[in-house]
Write a protein that binds this ligand. Structure first.
Ligand code: ZN
Length: 306
């Protein structure tokens, strides 16, 4: 019965009615959330990758390879459009060598229809309609197209910018320096940033100030990794987990990822705990970037969650 009470409390919060002091450690929930009518969440895939599951999952088989989506998301809110992750850089459609050995390693689908502007057209948007770009991290399949949104505001952890430009020795492979370099203003401009940026210092950011779209700083997969909590008026709470969680089973069975790609493994396991806490406290679901079964079953743009 306890869990029902917690869910009931969370629903009341979602309705914007009740104030609550529900606190568990650092897991503070906003006291007053108003998810505005008309909010929508769309999910997309950039060019799918084909890799051994064991590249991502500890102890998983490498053969036969599996095809995984490269998820990214758009949230429409009355006060603006938010893009969460930007997929593979569209440059690989015409120039696979842009990814170096990663191209043959990950075998991305690189047909012209996967370009991010073509995908956004499915819901009637152009890159200039995106007000905020949030990247979970700057790996090649998430931060690839940040340079295509020069008129948006980029929300990123300062740690991730630094790390993308100069990663630690074992974690260099999935960062394409040029993906991050486009964030740097031209030489002589006297300022570092090429676009408007909210650079966070290990902190969360409530984009619209109403608790409905919250960027969560969560070091794990990379040094400045972010997840995002989206509270929709009808669907309820959805956590966009980036690459802190590859597959639904990671959280369900508490499975660690392949440590080769894990900057802070303990941080990843703690993110599973937070997801389970959010599920218990407000019925949250979580959407991954790469779980093929989950993506198959999900609503895909132009269909949406509201
Ligand atoms: Zn990824």
């Amino acid at each position: 019965m306890k869990s029902w009470k917690l869910v009931g409390t969370a629903l009341a919060i979602l309705m914007g009615g009740l104030a609550t002091d529900a606190v568990a450690g650092s897991y503070v929930t906003p006291r007053h959330v108003e998810s505005p009518d008309g909010m929508k969440l769309y999910r997309f895939s950039s060019g799918a990758l084909t890799i051994g599951k064991g590249v991502l999952q500890n102890f998983a088989e490498m053969e036969p390879p599996i095809q995984i989506p490269v998820g990214f998301y758009v949230i429409q809110h009355p006060k603006g459009n938010v893009l969460f992750d930007t997929g593979n850089n569209d440059k690989i459609i015409t120039d696979p060598s842009y990814w170096g050995p990663n191209f043959t390693g990950a075998q991305p689908v690189n047909t012209p229809d996967v370009a991010i502007d073509v995908q956004l057209e499915k819901i009637g948007l152009t890159p200039d309609d995106i007000d905020y770009v949030v990247v979970s991290h700057m790996h090649l399949d998430h931060g690839g197209n940040v340079g295509k949104f020069p008129n948006s505001t980029l929300i990123i952890q300062q740690d991730e910018i630094d790390y993308a430009m100069w990663p630690d020795d074992p974690f260099t492979g999935p960062f394409i320096p040029q993906d991050a370099w486009v964030l740097r203003a031209p030489v002589g401009s006297g300022q570092p940033n090429a676009m408007t940026m909210v650079t966070l210092q290990d902190e969360d950011f409530d984009i619209f100030g109403d608790g409905s779209v919250i960027v969560k700083s969560w070091q794990g997969h990379t040094r400045g990794h972010q997840m995002m909590l989206v509270r929709l008026p009808k669907t309820g709470s959805v956590i966009l987990v980036g690459d802190n969680v590859y597959f639904q089973e990671n959280v369900e069975k508490n499975l660690p990822p392949n440590l080769v790609l894990a900057y802070n493994p303990a941080g990843i396991m703690e993110s599973y705990d937070w997801i389970r806490y959010m599920r218990a406290s407000e019925g949250a679901q979580f959407f991954t970037a790469h779980d093929p079964d989950e993506f198959k079953a999900a609503k895909k743009a132009p269909d949406f969650y509201e």
